[in-house]
Design a protein around this ligand. Structure first.
Ligand SMILES: Nc1ncnc2c1ncn2[C@@H]1O[C@H](COP(=O)(O)OP(=O)(O)OP(=O)(O)O)[C@@H](O)[C@H]1O
Ligand SMILES: [Mg+2]
Length: 361
């Protein structure tokens, strides 16, 4: 038997899915709505309830959670369900701030503040304009600028580089990290006063292994998201779902999402099977989804290109090989490597070792 979501699906399949996710039909349709946050388990219900409450106030929020638990999704949900929806959300990746320009990036500068400052420039903290400032990876925020950030948050005003004037800021601050900030405070890399200022409201996101009941619903959502509308993979076999439920997901929802994306691209059928999941473990070691600036090993770049081509050509391997300017047999070999050269799911362990046919790879 298979379960799934989308069209076409049988009544029995849908009932089974709802049963696994402890959902009613009415609740299902409201699910994907809450800022894109999927989940009906007790921890996710508590989280949604909290988001609903804190989206109405303006206190700073600190989101803590392992990689891939959905901190950015939650930040966006707080923004989009609160009084600030419709205003700008300014995401600031603190791990990508370059030391030389960081101060002017965040606080802005006036004309002539330094060599090359031909025009005055608005700082990111100023540009939220009654919206939300999302300080992502706050654990990476440069130590030397932490006092200035603290002052900005406390006094709700900033002083652009080269200016003597103070400018009010009115963005609500949400910060996120997968680091242990208290350890940072102990190690002297994160200021305690800033930590206390940021965690006025602190939310710890549950790891996926703590709300496995949501896996069927998440799988259904990702099947919808990644399936080709012409040749949809709308269902997953019972065996395959059982495997997904048995795994501990150290990369959390992102790892599950990447897994389904990869399996859908490799699947040649409308049912996702255990065999389609064979290449899952590769994603577990990739903490971030691909973006334009990410530098990844060549082999991984190649794997992503191959999977994208297969998906873009709706599984037509000849057309995919043509797009990639490689021979059909090379493409088949690569797909086989991805599907068989990695750790089969039954041998997954949390120590991330990879075995194939009993041999450690
Ligand atoms: N509850 C959820 N419902 C739907 N999608 C989710 C959920 N949680 C996470 N995701 C998806 O998982 C991926 C990772 O989420 P996100 O980027 O918010 O994680 P994160 O906690 O910020 O991770 P990191 O610490 O690595 O930055 C995204 O594609 C996001 O859409
Ligand atoms: Mg993130």
């Amino acid at each position: 038997m298979t379960i799934g979501l989308g069209l076409p699906f049988s009544k029995r399949k849908l009932e089974k899915l709802l049963d696994l996710a402890h959902l009613s039909r009415a609740e299902l349709s409201s699910q994907a709505g809450f800022g894109g946050l999927i989940g009906e388990s007790a921890p996710m219900r508590r989280l949604c309830e909290l988001i609903g409450r804190i989206s109405q106030c303006t206190s700073p929020v600190l989101l803590i959670g392992e990689t891939g638990t959905g901190k950015e999704v939650v930040a966006r949900a707080i923004h989009s369900t609160g009084t600030r929806r419709g205003k700008t959300l300014v995401p600031i990746d603190c791990s990508a701030l370059t030391t030389t320009l960081v101060e002017s990036e965040l606080f802005g500068h006036v004309q002539g503040a330094f060599t090359g400052a031909d025009h005055s420039k608005l700082g990111l903290l100023q540009s939220a304009n009654k919206g939300t400032i999302f300080l992502d990876e706050i654990g990476e925020f440069p130590l030397f600028l932490q006092p200035k950030l603290l002052r900005a948050l406390q006094e709700k005003e900033i002083r652009p580089v080269g200016s003597t004037e103070r400018i009010p800021i009115d963005g609500r601050v949400i910060a996120a990290t997968n680091r242990d900030l208290e350890a940072g405070v102990r190690a002297g890399t994160f200021r305690q006063d800033l930590y206390f200022r940021l965690k006025v409201i602190q939310i710890t996101l549950p790891a996926l292994r703590q709300h496995k009941a949501d896996i069927p619903l998440l799988v259904a959502h990702f099947l919808e998201k990644f399936s080709d509308p012409v040749q949809p993979v709308h269902v997953i076999s019972d065996d395959a779902l059982r495997r997904l439920m048995a795994y501990d997901w150290p990369g959390n929802v992102r790892e599950l999402e990447n897994t389904i994306e990869c399996a859908v691209a490799l699947s040649s059928d409308s049912v996702l099977t255990v065999d389609d999941l064979a290449s899952v473990s590769y994603h577990a070691s990739a903490p971030h989804p691909p973006d334009g600036n990410e530098i990844v090993p060549l082999q991984e770049t190649e794997r992503r290109a191959v999977l994208r081509a297969v998906r873009a050509t709706k599984g037509d391997k000849v057309a995919a090989a043509h797009l990639l300017a490689i021979g059909k047999s090379t493409l088949y070999r690569k797909l086989k490597e991805y599907a068989t050269g990695l750790k089969p799911m039954e041998t997954w362990t949390q120590d991330r070792s990879i075995r194939h046919n009993g041999t450690e790879l």
